[in-house]
Write a protein that binds this ligand. Structure first.
Ligand SMILES: Nc1nc2c(ncn2[C@@H]2O[C@H](COP(=O)(O)OP(=O)(O)OP(=O)(O)O)[C@@H](O)[C@H]2O)c(=O)[nH]1
Ligand SMILES: [Mg+2]
Length: 298
């Protein structure tokens, strides 16, 4: 499937919900006094959050005055432009190799699946990839990552269940350096952002990685389940404070109408979204692109 059609398919539920709310607001000819209030309600109920919805309304009001717009059809075009501008406020950094990606997040959000997809994504770009089975805690986690390594046809470094996660990272880096890998992707156990000792374990993994491969570039990606909506903001802030977050992967967009969550994530936190997950298969990962995202929902 082409890039655009795959994103469209993944965002269909978000689009259907968003459009029906917008159509209920943009039903007249001119922008009336109730218009902004109705629009704010539509935005807030589309998971855009109060703060970002108010910011969008503020910008829209200014824009319409500036351009002398009164017709709803033109206001709608301006709204689309503003939504796109917001998504461009936290751009992704280009990759530098060798690259160590540590994938973190709460339980069950799609970390391991995303790693499988990322492995295939880099492999397709002729990068040499190695996975590190840093989730030594959950039963079956190592086998699950091993399966993904086979599916994506990449190398994996693993220890036994119960081993110390930092020790696996240490070995993974030694092996990746020896084999001159371009990308090392570290799986981590799911953890509630409120668990202080587990956050300390993540920090330790990060310290070891930096010490052992100081020439590499580092990317901490948090995986978020899009179906949880507003709670994503809380999770990002907690992981950001504990280990630092460079970017986001938003998974399970295919199963939810809550895709509007990307707006407050970017507008309020200024953390870039790197990828979106639009299914359970190895190819169901797309680079986040503001233009195709907007075109897919509005
Ligand atoms: N529909 C859909 N399902 C997904 C997506 N990404 C992951 N999943 C599913 O989410 C479930 C959990 O995925 P995992 O990759 O095991 O999640 P995890 O974060 O590694 O889980 P823990 O290691 O237990 O914390 C699996 O059933 C995946 O197939 C996605 O983009 N879309
Ligand atoms: Mg996992």
């Amino acid at each position: 499937m082409g890039l655009f059609s795959s994103i469209k398919k993944g965002l269909k539920k978000t689009k259907d919900a968003f459009l029906s709310k917008l159509n209920a607001v943009f039903h007249g000819t001119d922008v009336s006094s109730d218009f902004y209030e109705d629009l704010e309600c539509a935005l807030v109920s589309s998971d855009i959050g109060v703060k970002t919805s108010q910011e969008i309304i503020k910008r829209l009001k200014e824009r319409l005055v500036e351009k002398h717009i009164v017709r709803q059809e033109f206001a709608r075009i301006e709204l689309k432009n503003i939504l796109k501008e917001i998504l461009d406020e936290a751009p992704r950094e280009p990759y530098k190799f060798p690259l160590i990606i540590t994938v973190v997040g709460v339980n069950g959000v799609g970390k391991t699946t995303t790693i499988g997809k990322l492995a295939k994504y880099f492999n397709n770009q002729n990068k040499s990839v190695m996975l590190v089975a840093g989730d030594t805690f959950r039963a079956g986690a190592i086998e699950q990552l091993t399966e993904w390594s086979k599916r994506a046809d990449v190398k994996i470094v693993k220890h036994k269940e119960g081993a110390e996660a930092s020790a696996v990272v240490f070995d993974g880096i030694a092996s990746a350096k020896a084999k001159k890998c371009d990308v090392l992707i570290i799986d981590t156990a799911g953890r509630l952002h409120t668990k202080v000792n587990l956050m300390e374990e993540l920090r330790k993994m990060g310290r070891i990685a930096k010490r052992e491969w100081s020439e590499a570039s580092f990317l901490n990606l948090i995986v978020l389940d899009a179906t949880i909506g507003q709670n994503s903001i809380v999770q990002i802030n907690a992981f950001k404070d504990a280990v630092g977050i460079d970017g986001i992967v938003l998974t399970k967009l295919d199963g939810t109408s809550k895709g509007g969550i990307v707006f407050p994530i970017i507008q309020e936190l200024k953390v870039p979204i790197y990828y979106i997950g639009v299914g359970e298969g190895v190819d169901d990962l797309e680079e986040f692109d503001s233009k195709s995202f907007i075109e897919s929902i509005i």
